[in-house]
Design a protein. Structure first.
Length: 273
């Protein structure tokens, strides 16, 4: 195992690129890879989080991280300035002043084997998984995962189990459809998976777990026929968090660096009345 004092940022990036190839990213995805940092700098500690925001940037500095690895990019939408009086600029200045590099693995980590969707499927107890939408070049890669529960359950009980398996949020797990429906085959998509609704309709699954489903989308979908799966909507942050320990274990195993998983909730919803 390499001495973590000799591991460079370039080596960390190469390890992550091998596990979550940038070529797998969706065409529209931007901001993946290295946002800031010197590839030659040594990396001894990595903080992993879903989001790069003031909470996780401060945590990275607090734990002495040399790299903040997040699922969501910092510069996903174009900006004209990274001056310190802008929201994005403040984060970048804070990172640089603290000696913390930033790297994002976004839809490339979604589509990769062992990435975000495999981690979510494993967290929910699914076995014999395959992609919902396989990549053209390799049917083992692609968006979402379909798998089987060890034993059938009801939709109501399954939603409760999901809420217990994922990090707690104020919204929990919301169910659309018949609460008493029998659930055995399940499709999941970490993050915003509404684009896969038509695909899972014909996939022979009983439930689809994803995030960010709107009122009209969910209403029209579940009213489209009893053969359609019930929908379980979880917080975007919670559905992608299970990947962090997986990526942390990869970095520790391959590079010998210290990998710290952030448990600070960056879900934007902070209370429910």
């Amino acid at each position: 195992m390499p001495d973590p004092r000799t591991v460079t940022l370039a080596e960390v990036r190469a390890t992550l690129d091998a596990a979550y190839p940038p070529a797998l990213a969706e065409d529209w995805d931007t901001g993946i890879g290295l946002t800031c940092g010197d590839p030659a700098q040594p990396v001894g500690t990595v903080l992993l989080a879903v989001d790069v925001d003031p909470v996780t940037v401060d945590e990275a500095v607090e734990v002495g991280a040399d790299l903040l690895l997040t699922h969501h990019p910092l510069l996903f939408r174009p900006v004209q300035s990274v001056a310190a009086d802008t929201a994005k600029g403040r984060l970048i200045h804070r990172l640089i002043r603290g000696g913390v590099a930033h790297l994002a693995a976004h839809t490339n980590a979604d589509r990769a084997a062992g990435g975000v969707n495999d981690a979510l499927a494993a967290a929910l107890g699914l076995t014999d998984t395959r992609p919902v939408a396989p990549a053209d070049a390799d049917p083992a890669l692609g968006l979402g995962r379909i798998g089987t529960l060890a034993a059938p359950t009801t939709a109501r009980a399954f939603a409760a189990a999901i809420a217990a398996a994922l990090p707690a949020t104020v919204t929990g797990a919301r169910l659309a459809g018949d609460p008493d429906r029998r659930i055995r085959r399940v499709a999941v998509c970490g993050g915003s998976g509404g684009s896969l609704l038509s695909t899972v309709s014909g996939a022979g699954v009983d439930a689809f777990v994803t995030s960010d489903l709107g009122h009209h989308v969910a209403q029209e979908y579940v009213s489209g026929g009893d053969d359609r799966p019930v929908l379980v909507d979880v917080a975007h942050w919670a559905g992608e968090w299970p990947w962090l320990p997986v990526a942390a274990a990869l970095l520790e195993r391959e590079l010998g660096v210290r990998a710290v998983v952030s448990e600070r909730r960056t879900d934007p919803w902070t209370a429910r009345a």
